[in-house]
Design a binder for this molecule. Structure first.
Ligand code: TPP
Ligand code: MG
Length: 273
């Protein structure tokens, strides 16, 4: 018997032995299955209602900057995008304040659909990931969510998309700032802003100059139609940048404790501050 067959037999025997021992036992989780399913449904409906009502950030800083702006609120844009999402979509999300908030507004019906950077934490992650996903599964729409700062360090692959006819959709959230860093300066540095405001060219025009499509979206009613058109263009191998013009309000950070003082648990480190 070769090694592989031996392992298979061993696993089979193990599984059979486990099954034998479980034969006459009740599965504890079966007893309250419908109760748990109802609870999950309830919680999901509650959360959805909460998101419906949560059209803009409510902390004092965000209320102030939101009031003096006629730009779209990021959360409203995220909700509109969610409503217009095609079936079978794959979405990658970058690292930034709006992308962190975006993770609440993405729902999928099948696995291998959500590509969040999470703790990997690298700005510029989402666009190349969407390109890779599209090449791997060309029949599924691929969408990248990217902040305007992170877009500045990843947009070069537009050239690859145009050259190789890779059709993806990029949603760039133009809030004119490195928002996640600014949030730290709001929470930990008494609103002393250093190096966090951005002035960018029109990202829609930049996309067109690379040979891709580019659309600036500044009203909510345009968001869904613009996303649908961009997704349709993917079938022709065309990449579109949708530049969403949004306010400078800031959502909860990915980690609230990012800049708080470290806790020294080991005695030998207690002198380090
Ligand atoms: C390569 C890299 N550089 C810097 C950072 C630190 N960083 C985390 S979020 C962020 C700001 C992102 O700004 P933007 O992409 O405009 O998104 P916003 O926060 O405005 O939604 C920065 C600079 C990082 N995570 N990765
Ligand atoms: Mg930004």
């Amino acid at each position: 018997m070769n090694e592989e067959k031996g392992l298979e037999a061993l696993l089979n025997n193990g599984a059979r032995a486990l099954l034998d021992r479980l034969q006459d036992r009740d599965l504890a989780c079966e007893a309250n299955r419908s109760e748990r399913a109802a609870r999950i449904e309830f919680e999901k409906a509650e959360w959805s209602g909460e998101l419906d009502a949560w059209t803009q950030e409510r902390d004092p800083y965000s209320v102030k900057v939101g009031q003096s702006s006629n730009r779209m609120h990021p959360r409203q844009v995220l909700r509109e995008l969610e409503r217009a999402m095609p079936a079978d979509v794959m979405v990658s999300t970058d690292i930034g304040n709006i992308c962190s908030v975006a993770n609440s507004y993405l729902r999928f019906d099948q696995p291998r659909s959500m590509f969040a950077a999470m703790s990997f934490g690298n700005c510029g992650y989402a666009f190349p990931v969407a390109c890779g996903a599209k090449i791997a599964v060309p029949d599924r729409p691929a969408i990248a969510y990217v902040g305007d700062g992170a877009w500045g360090i990843s947009l070069n692959e537009l050239l690859t998309c145009a050259r190789e006819r890779i059709g993806v959709t990029v949603v760039v959230f133009n809030n004119g700032q490195w928002g996640a860093e600014k949030k730290n300066q709001v929470d930990f540095y008494s609103h002393r802003f250093l190096g966090v405001n951005l002035e960018s060219p029109s990202w829609a025009e930049v996309a067109r100059s690379f040979g891709c499509e580019g659309t600036t979206v500044d009203t909510l009613s345009q968001v869904g139609p613009a996303l649908r058109a961009a997704v349709a263009a993917q079938t022709e191998g065309r990449t579109t940048v949708l530049e969403m013009v949004v306010t400078r309000e800031l959502g909860d950070p990915f980690r609230r404790d990012a800049l708080s003082k470290p806790v020294r648990l080991l005695k030998k480190y207690q002198d380090f501050q």
